[in-house]
Design a protein. Sequence first.
Length: 246
Amino acid sequence: MFGASQGIGRALALEFSREGSSLVLLSRNEKEIESLTAEISSKGTKCFSKRCDITLLDNVMQGLSFAGEILDSIDLVIINSGVGGPNWMQSFSSKQFKETFEVNTFGIAHVLECVIPVMKTQGYGTIAGVTSLADVRGYGGSSSYSASKAAGSILLEAARVELKKDNIRVITIRPGFVKTAMTDKNEFKMPLLMQPDKAARVIRKGIEAGRSIVQFPIPIVMATRLIKFLPNWIYDWAMNLARPKK
Ligand SMILES: NC(=O)c1ccc[n+]([C@@H]2O[C@H](COP(=O)([O-])OP(=O)(O)OC[C@H]3O[C@@H](n4cnc5c(N)ncnc54)[C@H](OP(=O)(O)O)[C@@H]3O)[C@@H](O)[C@H]2O)c1
């Protein structure tokens, strides 16, 4: 799993360890993944970790080679790595925009490039990429994040369509608000904020149920469907209410 050191990724590692799966945790924060690996291993589940920056193609390749050497096969790859944060137009930063895409979008692209040949050789596999329910429109203040997640969702959808014939399942995971370091920075009210362990349980069940999209919680999924088709004049009015008053 890419992005396992904290938040949803950490909770996912603990959730899958209960299933008896053998795990490889890949993240930049070595201290955190090593301590999580020790915690999971102490319960009798095979777990290994390696430092990996998903923005670097050679790191991703090395991470997957490491997993390939340790495990009999790579059945499931979870691409959870992500960064978020505001990028308002009044102080818009193209550097921040690029950095967000490097992780949230090119991270997925790097993993796809490296893992598709492995899964084709195996004859099967599942790739699950975490995007967001924020992928439906350009949210005010969240230009980089929502654009990067929209690109990630579209990329995963195209991969799903193409890779079906190779017996490779591609799943898009679209969470609503989950309480993590990423959302702790938000100053706005987050409806139906979920704990990471609950989110991880929903994600595992969705993956195991064979869904192509795992999205939750349902009321926010319905709300985002509505938001997607709102006429621009209503959408713009609502977004302007959320704009910083300066
Ligand atoms: N929390 C929410 O409400 C929410 C909602 C929808 C979608 N999501 C998505 O869910 C995923 C997890 O988010 P979270 O809320 O758990 O955030 P988080 O607590 O900030 O965790 C982010 C994870 O991404 C990893 N990461 C960041 N940059 C990386 C890089 N360059 N290379 C490898 N890993 C990197 C981090 O590991 P290292 O720092 O160790 O590398 C960390 O494990 C993200 O994709 C996020 O966009 C979150």
